[in-house]
Design a protein around this ligand. Structure first.
Ligand code: UD1
Ligand code: MG
Length: 460
């Protein structure tokens, strides 16, 4: 891969950076509208990641961060772990961003200027009593999110370097989540959930989950990064699914910011918080997507999968919409449940489950797991049933014993259903499905939630 930017790319990136810097400089004259700053920083993050991915590819390869593209006729090696570049640029962007959302409070508490909504007497300012207006809790949430993201990026890079076994790395995101969960505990401490109407006669209107709620949030942080990592293996799929999820969460956030009523929605702050984390993520991911889409010039590495999953877990938990988040993860949840027989050792699990490339046709076909011994009777029955209902394809020997089955991922299932296809067609199909399912998820969230809950919080 050439490490040089073309003339058109250089001009486009230069113009984008200049425009974003201009917007950024302009915000210093006004009240420093954080959302505009976030957008400008996201543009810059895109430009920086784009250049760095191109420039640093050969450097990464030199230290061994490279992988073979298994679904190509010529299995050339290309740089891996490019998600690390995105993660670093992203973390720098959200660190630089810190002063902007918190600046107006600092101004209000120290000089009395800048924020017209906060009214107070000058002598109170001088005695410093109003300093509590500074939103320590929000800053604590923000910093804990950065800490969690940094920890998970460390884990990702470690995994790309040493290929940690999945059963070892599975729980590490839970440690990364501790700073965030402890801030949640101190800040909100809300562990109560609204009970769906049909169950209210048994559990009451609101049910306190207590410590279980923390267990649930820890599970979300384990699930999101790992589920993206196991829906992987064809060019562009890791970034595409993450971009769809990020854009849909951002869309949901924007719904809460549109002024429907005269007063702002009570969840405005939570959804702004979520946007501040998502916009730069979309910026760096687009830059990676350009390089990782078929035919890939770089691989994203486990670093990107963990990082992306953690961004979603952070915004879902600290933004208080983890259930909505899970609605956008339906394809990943299905892929995880479907993978379970292989992940938990009921069916053999090869090191790689990505679809098989047929060099003669140039198309991808479902890859298979081979049985060294015939499966146990119960597994045999289950596999036969799955085969009958079209959720799997099995092969038998002349004695009628199962010798192989297609690997349990939705990428392979898609190929079982729709037949062999080119790598980019498969990625497009899965991405389109993710988008449709996600949009339906949001529709269910805001329209049909009223069937089982008394109100949709969008209309509060
Ligand atoms: C996970 C999956 C594994 C899948 C792999 C592919 C589980 C339990 N593990 O493992 O089944 O094969 O991701 O990412 O489900 N690669 C390509 N083309 C691509 C992307 C990756 O050929 O578009 C290959 C490259 O050789 C690359 C390697 O996959 O080096 C990366 O695999 P890695 O991320 O280390 O696999 P795992 O995350 O452990
Ligand atoms: Mg991986």
């Amino acid at each position: 891969m050439s490490a040089i930017l073309s003339k058109t790319e250089s001009w486009a990136l230069f113009s984008l950076s200049a425009a974003c810097t201009g917007i950024l400089a302009n915000t210093f004259h006004g009240e420093g509208e954080p959302l505009i700053v976030s957008l400008a920083l996201s543009g810059l993050a895109f430009a920086f990641s784009f250049c760095l991915i191109r420039w640093l590819g050969p450097t990464f390869m030199r230290v061994g961060l490279k992988g073979k593209d298994m679904s190509k006729a010529k299995q050339i090696e290309i740089p891996e772990t490019m998600g690390a570049i995105c993660a670093v640029v992203y973390i720098l962007a959200i660190i630089i961003f810190i002063p902007f959302p918190f600046y107006k409070y600092i101004v209000a508490a120290t000089s009395g200027g800048g924020n017209k909504d906060v009214m107070f007497e000058l002598n109170q300012v001088e005695t410093g009593r109003l300093l509590h207006r500074f939103p320590h809790s929000k800053l604590a949430s923000y910093l804990s999110a950065i800490l969690s993201l940094q920890s998970v990026v460390l884990l990702g890079v470690g995994d790309d370097l040493f290929d940690i076994r999945w059963r070892h790395k599975l729980f590490i995101p839970a440690f990364a989540a501790i700073p965030m969960l402890i801030v949640y505990f101190v800040d909100f401490g809300v562990t109560k959930v609204v009970v769906p109407v049909p169950l209210q006669s048994y559990l009451g209107e609101i049910f306190d989950l207590g410590w279980l709620y923390y267990g649930y949030m820890a599970s979300v942080t384990i699930f999101c990064p790992n589920s993206i990592n196991i829906l992987a293996g064809i060019n562009g799929i890791e970034v595409s699914q993450s971009l769809v999820i990020a854009v849909l969460i951002a869309l949901n956030d924007v719904l809460y910011l549109i002024p429907i009523n005269a007063r702002p929605h009570p969840a405005t702050d939570s959804h702004l918080f979520s946007l501040y984390f998502l916009l730069p993520f979309i910026g760096v991911s687009l830059a990676l997507w350009k390089h990782n889409w078929y035919p890939a010039r770089v691989f994203v590495g486990d670093t990107y999968c963990y990082f992306a999953g953690m961004v979603f877990a952070v915004v879902g938990i600290l933004g208080h919409f983890s259930k909505t988040l899970l609605l956008l993860f339906v394809p990943q949840i299905f892929n995880f449940l479907y993978s379970a027989p292989q992940l938990f050792g009921l069916v053999p699990c090869p090191r790689h489950r990505l679809p098989h490339f047929n060099a003669r046709t140039g198309l991808l076909e479902p890859s298979t797991a081979q049985f060294k011994q015939p499966p146990k009777p119960l597994v045999d029955i289950a596999l036969n049933i799955l085969h009958k209902i079209g959720l799997l394809r099995i092969e038998k020997n002349p004695q009628g014993q199962i010798v192989s089955c297609t690997n349990f991922t939705i990428l392979n299932l898609w190929l079982v259903w729709f037949g062999p296809m080119r790598e980019d067609r498969l990625a497009m199909g899965i991405t389109a499905m993710q988008t449709v399912v996600g949009l339906l998820g949001l529709l269910v969230r805001h329209k049909f939630a009223l069937l089982i809950f008394r109100q949709d919080n969008l209309t509060v």
